[in-house]
Design a binder for this molecule. Sequence first.
Ligand code: GLU
Length: 310
Amino acid sequence: MTAIDLPRLAARLPPRPLTRYAPSPTGYLHLGHVANAVWVWGVAGALGGRVLLRLEDHDRVRCRSAYEAALLEDLAWLGLAPDLGGPKELRSGASPYRQSDATAHYESVLAALTERATVFACDCSRKDLALAEGDVFNQETRYAGRCRTRGLAPGAGRGLRLLLDPGEERFEDARLGPQAQDPALQCGDLLLRDRLGQWTYQFAVVADDLRHGVDLVIRGEDLLDSTGRQLRLGRLLGRPQPPVFLHHPLIRKPGGEKLSKSSGDTGIRELRSAGASPAGILGLAAQLTGLQARPDPVPARDLAKLFGVG
Ligand code: GLU
C-alpha cells in the first residue's frame, strides 16, 4: 500500500530535504502525535531527508514544561531521534527550536513585515467576533475587518492582525493533489499576536519554517485549511519558494471526532504501562492512518519501509 507518489515528491525537493516534527506541549503524547511522527520520520527516511524537532509552545497558557519533558522522554522511548533540535540541545536552556525562546526573533520578523504589509491593532474578543460578524466559513469564524480602519494604537489588551487581500493561494499537496484556498474568505485578516501578547500558531509556524529552512511540512489533515494563509504570510515575509506540504489522515475516535491530548484512552504513557512496545505503538499508528492493513509492529528504524523504501 503506497500512500504517496514518492519519486514525484522527491523531484519537488532538494537533496536531503528537511522536514519537521512540531508538537505543542499542551498535554501528554497520544496516538495522534505518534501517527504524525510515523509519517514525518517515515517520509524523511524514504527521501533520505532529515527531521528537525521543534517545540511549539507559543501558547503560554496551555503549554507546560512538564509536558515538554514527558514528550521528549516518550519520543526517545519510541526510538524517534531528530537530526536537529535533539533533547540534549533542548534541555541545555534557550534553544532556536523552542518557540517560547524566540521572542526577539519574532519581534524582528514582525518589524520587517510591518514595513511591507499592513499590520493593525485589534481589540476584538472572540465573543465580539462571533456576535459582530456571524460569518462562519467552513466552521471557522472569519474576521471581517472591524478594526481595519479604527487606527488603534498597539498596546496591552490589543492583538495585531495582518490585512489579507482577497486572492487564491494554489498549491499541490503531496497526498491530496491540487488545492486552492482564499485566506481572505476563510479567516479574514490574520491574527499574528493575540490580545494577551502571545504569538499565534500561524505567525510562529511560518516564521520558524522560514528561519529553520524547512523544505517539507508533513502534518495532519486538520491543518489543511491553514496552508493558504501560511503560504501568503511566508511570501510576505520574503520566502522565495514555499515548502512542499503533505497532509496525512488523522486517527478518529469511533464516533468520528479527532483525538485530543486530554483523552486518556490513547495516551502513550497509558499504552506503555499496559505493556505496549515502541514498535507495537508505531505499527498501530501506521495502521490507523492507512499505512498498513494490520497493526504489525514497526520499529522506528523501519518506518521508511511503510513508504516502500528499505
Ligand atoms: N504545533 C502544531 C500541533 O501540535 C503542529 C503545527 C504544524 O505542523 O504546522 O498541532
